[in-house]
Design a binder for this molecule. Sequence first.
Ligand code: SF4
Length: 422
Amino acid sequence: MDRSPTKILFVNPNRYHSPPVIPLGLEYVTHALRKHSFTVRVLDLCFSGDSFRELEEEIRSFAPHVVGLTLRNIDSVLYPDTEYFLPEIKELIGRIRRMGDLPVLIGGAALPADPEGILNFVGADVAVVGPGEKTLPRILQDVSELKGTRRIIYGEPPESFCPRRGELFSYKEYLSQDGLVGFETHKGCSSRCPYCMEAQSPVHYRDPSDVVGELRQLAELGITRLHLCDAEFNEDLGAALAFLRVFEEAGLGLQWILYMKPWNYSFELFERLRKTGADLVTLSVDSLQSSPDYWKDVEEMISLAGQNGIRISIDFLTGFPYEDEETLKRSLDFFRKTGPDEVVVNVYLRLYRRLSLTRIVQSDPSLASFLIGPKENGDLLAPVFYNHVLSERLRELIGQDPLFRIAGAEKIVNYQVRRPGE
Ligand code: SF4
């Protein structure tokens, strides 16, 4: 009986370069699998000139027992010039199939949008939704059971861990193209935003000392600026502060950037963010919120960031069904008055099958004329957007005000905020 360790080939097929993104999840699950004595190799196709040839060569030379692909996004989410990634993933899996009888797994941040739809479209055997650190070592005990199952497996809560960093990907290449090295303090989000795939996903925290142990390794590798990959850092104020205290004590001299939502904040939170080197907060704001308390929180968070010398960028989603132009004008005036460093306005709402926003749009035939994209087949995998705010009108409302940027007009992400004078 063959007792040699199971060999797993992980593939990062994400070749989007605006900017390139290091697949943090692959670093974490590779660490977990190696701790369980699996033999893991990672093929990064991000900068590949010929991904099909590289994949085939890697399979021939490594001879894995199973191949796993990480899917960060179904598409680039921005409109216009949307890039749809699944057809290329499907073709990569087709090549793997032609080379033998290997089971193929998929996982990654794209999966919650539509696990069944994505699994069937790309033709993989198993889709792992959510964290894989605990689940993959279990399901890969017997890879012969995976082939042809077309199974969706939901990841179990992982125990806290301190992964080895810097061994799998060429950070230098990513950094040279405006990428950033990421880390996580927790997974999941308890909020219910109807347009977001991460809404109400299970929340699991890591031990702050594990996270800081990871950051220490990155600092020792010469990494100076990091991107927090939590959905929103302030999911829980107590947990955020507990992490910041340990981080501050470590005195690593790093800079970092993060996403937050308008709640769970305090003066201490912003003070400790400053002391730990946070220099940019992206605040996720939407115009669905009509409560004065919500807008008061946004205003106070902008003010607290300013008092602590932390730049603040607003990721503003607006133009929801039944919203009138007055709502948009009021929001723009609010930002002019409160003065964040930048507001990125997005009026093209990407619809995915599982979103409650999608159900609202699909239940009212009068909204069908506001859909953009191939909606006939109804699976919403190929990009479909809801939009009723014309770009020309949005430009008129914004005028020449440099405070605002229109999402999609440029290929930018949250940390590519203009600095003063740019
Ligand atoms: S708070 Fe942020 S991550 Fe959470 S559901 Fe809303 S948009 Fe998504």
